[in-house]
Design a binder for this molecule. Structure first.
Ligand code: PEP
Ligand code: MN
Length: 282
């Protein structure tokens, strides 16, 4: 059974994630930053937390450029078991240290149900990665957390499947769900993924939940991050997530899509007129 939300076909059983009982936009407030209101949230930082110096340098750089939320992976979902898997608890401690110094709230990924208590003790926002979008036991567990959850779109997930996963979190009682488009797999080979900018207007028509767009994983290519961040904001995204590394050439993960502090500063300058043009603010 499908119902029409605006002119889009949505399964009738999705109740909480769609504009049905709730029509007002969900606005999530974290330490003075609001996601889903008139602010455009900029989440930035390294793909992975590597060491204290790297994390603090990245945190200072993104803060100086105007980001409001600091990202960094302590538990990394890597394609091969031989690649750097993240620092785990030590990475969470370094993130917390960077938050203490800069005042920026943090977002980091939790990959398994057994780590939810640990990660939620440190982070301000729990991230569910693309590869875990349909890990239903993980979704149920973070649905019982009192921390906001950012749910990334699976690399081959439809909008309705993605919304179904948001429904898992919401149905456990956690109302603070953020959706994050990070590109989907298509036949294209030049880019790492095909960034589906239509996620912003489509999700906003169907759902009250905020939408963040990640042009770093969405393209896999440093030079494409700025134009796609601009496009995301122009299309109505509630924020963007951008990977920034003090020295991208030496990054242990995703260096090719990571921006240097100077490049990130350039992006922040470049998006300001777009933010004003859509009547929003940083
Ligand atoms: C990330 O943001 O660190 C990440 C691994 O992204 P994704 O789950 O979108 O691949
Ligand atoms: Mn990454």
């Amino acid at each position: 059974m499908v119902m029409q939300v605006c002119d889009l076909p949505i399964p009738k059983k999705i109740r909480l994630a769609v504009k049905h009982e709730q029509t007002q936009k969900t606005i999530i407030k974290i330490n003075g930053v609001s996601i889903g209101g008139d602010q455009v949230a900029i989440m930035a930082g390294p793909c992975s937390v590597e060491n204290e110096e790297q994390m603090l340098q990245a945190a200072r750089a993104v803060k100086a450029a105007g980001a409001q939320i600091l990202r960094g992976g302590a538990f990394k979902p890597r394609t091969l078991p031989y690649s750097f898997q993240g620092l785990g608890k030590e990475g969470l401690e370094l993130l917390a240290e960077a938050r203490d110094e800069t005042g920026l709230p943090i977002i980091t990924e939790v990959m398994s149900t057994e780590d939810v208590e640990l990660v939620e003790a440190y982070t301000d926002i729990l991230q569910i990665g693309a590869r875990n979008m349909q890990n239903f036991s993980l979704l149920k567990k973070v649905g019982r957390s009192n921390k906001p959850v950012m749910l990334k779109r699976g690399m081959s997930a439809t909008f309705n499947e993605w919304l179904g996963c948001a429904e898992y979190i919401l149905s456990e009682g956690n109302t603070d769900v953020i959706l994050c488009e990070r590109g989907i797999r298509t036949f294209e080979q030049i880019t790492r993924n095909t960034l589906d900018i239509s996620a912003a207007p489509i999700i906003h028509q169907i759902s009250h939940l905020p939408v963040i767009i990640d042009p770093s994983h969405g393209t896999g290519t440093r030079s494409l991050v700025e134009p796609m961040a601009k496009a995301a904001i122009a299309a109505g995204a509630d924020g963007v997530m951008i990977e920034v590394h003090p020295n991208p050439e030496e990054a242990l993960c995703d260096g090719g899509q990571s921006l240097s502090p100077e490049e990130f500063m350039h992006v922040m300058t470049g998006i300001k007129p777009i933010i004003s043009a859509v009547n929003r603010r940083l």
